[in-house]
Design a protein around this ligand. Structure first.
Ligand SMILES: NC(=O)c1ccc[n+]([C@@H]2O[C@H](COP(=O)([O-])OP(=O)(O)OC[C@H]3O[C@@H](n4cnc5c(N)ncnc54)[C@H](OP(=O)(O)O)[C@@H]3O)[C@@H](O)[C@H]2O)c1
Length: 342
């Protein structure tokens, strides 16, 4: 069978839908918010910086007065904060049709750990989203019971190829030094790759657990979880931070080159927006799959397409091990059974 293809023309009206996007104050997340809202969805912009979040909402409302945006505070770098943010959202809202786990950090200083003692990229990109999504599952489930069509999209990256497994042996270790010198670049890159590989295993395991809960009970087929690589996009804030020994002009030039050969933030938003909204996902019951953008001869986005990642992405054993490790770490921080959600 040819791989499933999705195009911008597959985006339907979303007037009855409520969406939440993590990290929608800039880059791909911001463009995803605009795309969903332009099709009628009510969009919640979740991010850590309240001033920036409110400013984003104000600017978007001024630019697109007919769209509906709200700001929701969320700091994914802290387990307690991510859990509280999910609980607050669930208390304040009666439904959630679309959840896009888009926020991410890359190439962060390797001498820093999160408040919970984890490599910052792993804390924000994987653990924070694990906690936030887990806390929202009851709301997602109750929405799915009514509509039969709830979407969870996890934004991963082709950077998952930087590592060949999710090795957690040094995930709670800072690397001595200033964390941002040229000798730290390979470690920072590897750490980002590990978090993005974890995104894929988490998405697959979440999808399996929703359909066949490990403790028994009724499965949920109305929530469809998929994962994507959004494309290579230079014009976002990703990787702003330590220059890893590069001079300012050199890192500026690198970003410019990526911007020229890459796709735009709007094009980068397209794959996750299509997974979140296209009717085809419901009609063909697409879940537990990985998608990426495709470009034409002129390097411009043409469509999004399913990609077969091979056996590792379907490894039940590896995904279960990652899930249990994450749950264990969360339990250590919050106390067993306090994750909220299900
Ligand atoms: N750009 C690319 O080429 C590329 C390629 C493959 C995958 N991706 C993935 O695409 C996603 C979006 O990246 P982007 O390029 O759009 O980057 P970006 O412009 O830097 O956007 C990242 C977003 O994440 C938010 N964020 C960071 N730390 C957070 C935290 N602790 N809690 C809550 N929100 C936080 C940021 O909020 P603040 O505004 O507060 O910083 C920002 O809104 C990431 O998951 C990234 O891994 C990007």
């Amino acid at each position: 069978m040819p791989p499933l293809r999705l195009k911008e023309s597959n985006l339907p009206s979303l007037t009855s839908k409520t969406a939440l996007i993590t990290g929608a104050t800039s880059g791909i997340g911001l463009q995803t918010a605009i795309l969903l809202a332009s099709h009628g969805a009510t969009v919640h912009i979740a991010s850590r910086n309240a001033a920036k979040g409110e400013e984003t909402v104000t600017a978007l409302r001024a630019q697109y007065p007919s769209h509906t945006y709200h700001y929701h505070p969320l700091d994914l770098s802290s387990i307690a904060s991510a859990a509280a943010s999910a609980a607050n959202f669930a208390r304040e809202n009666t439904c959630l049709d679309i959840l896009i786990a888009n926020a991410g950090v890359a190439c962060v200083p390797v001498d820093e750990l999160s408040t919970d003692g984890l490599d910052m990229a792993f804390a924000v990109n994987h653990v924070g989203h694990f906690v936030f999504i887990s806390g929202l599952l009851p709301l997602l489930r109750s929405t799915a019971e009514k509509s039969g069509d709830v979407r969870v999209v996890i934004t991963s990256s082709d950077a998952h190829k930087f590592v060949d497994k999710v090795d957690l042996s040094d995930v709670d270790r800072r690397i001595p030094g200033d964390g941002g010198s040229i000798r730290d670049l390979p470690a920072a890159t590897r750490r980002y790759g590990r978090s993005k590989r974890a995104n894929i295993l988490f998405a697959m395991e979440l999808d399996r657990r929703l359909r066949a809960p490990p403790g028994g009970g009724s499965g949920c087929t109305g929530i469809r979880v998929n994962v994507c690589h959004p494309g290579t996009i230079g014009a976002t804030g990703l990787g702003d931070g330590p220059a890893f020994g590069m001079m300012t002009w050199m890192s500026g030039l690198t970003r410019k080159l990526v911007t020229i050969v890459g796709i735009t933030p709007r094009e980068g938003a397209m794959t996750q927006t299509l997974l979140a909204a296209a009717e085809k996902i419901r009609e063909e019951d697409v879940h537990g799959r990985f998608f990426a953008p495709r470009t034409g001869w002129n390097m411009r986005y043409t469509h999004s397409e399913e990609v077969d990642l091979g056996e590792w992405a379907q490894s039940v054993e590896d995904a279960k091990a990652l899930w249990e490790w994450t749950e264990g770490w969360v339990d250590k921080v919050l106390g067993k059974g306090n994750l909220g959600g299900e």
